[in-house]
Design a protein around this ligand. Sequence first.
Ligand code: ADP
Ligand code: MG
Length: 223
Amino acid sequence: MKSNKVIFKVKNLSKSYPGNENHYTLKDINLNITQGSTIALIGESGSGKSTFLNILSGLEPPTRGEVKFNNVSMWNSTEKERALIRRNELAIIFQSFNLINSLTVWQNIGFHARLSGKWDRYLAEQLIETAGLKNLLNRYPDQISGGEQQRVAILRAIMAKPKVLFADEPTGNLDDQNSKVVIKMLLDMINSIGATLLVATHSKAFASKLDIKLKLKDGKLKS
Ligand code: ADP
Ligand code: MG
């Protein structure tokens, strides 16, 4: 559901890495993300897209500045509070899928939803049908293709019914045909649960389908 409600507020966010403290990957970034919006984060390799996603999703601390999720300061919270926000409100899809290799497709799909108490068998069956994964449920990640693995990762994320979904180059390891399928599926599913989407991508086709395009260059965000 799109609304004017600000779900992420980024204030004067800067990031430098130890050993290279004078070089800022992100410089004084300010951004409000409204609920239900879909945002493409573009920029050259090394421009800081992953760093930015990792700080917003609570994986990596900023050097300075603040990230507020629903008015809660993520990086002034305890590790435990941040873990709860991540588990209950956020989901992440990676370029390299990051499925759990010791679990079947079916178990992977339910993994995060079960952790956050949002498991819904009916929804799972519907999504599996839509994603064309019905015949692969008992297989393990190394027994399915890259395109199929990414569809499993998307279902796992959507099943957790996140408020915000982060995706870091989700089609970066896929060929054109698989990219098309994954982009359509991701957007349809995001729409159906009304989540906010922030995706780092090099795909112009993908970016053109989203509400907002933001470009990272020299540590700054430009729209
Ligand atoms: P992108 O995702 O746009 O390719 P990254 O966010 O991965 O860019 O990287 C941005 C910059 O930050 C690069 O110059 C990279 O070398 C640096 N960087 C990223 N992670 C680390 C790290 N853990 N330690 C040191 N430098 C890092
Ligand atoms: Mg990256």
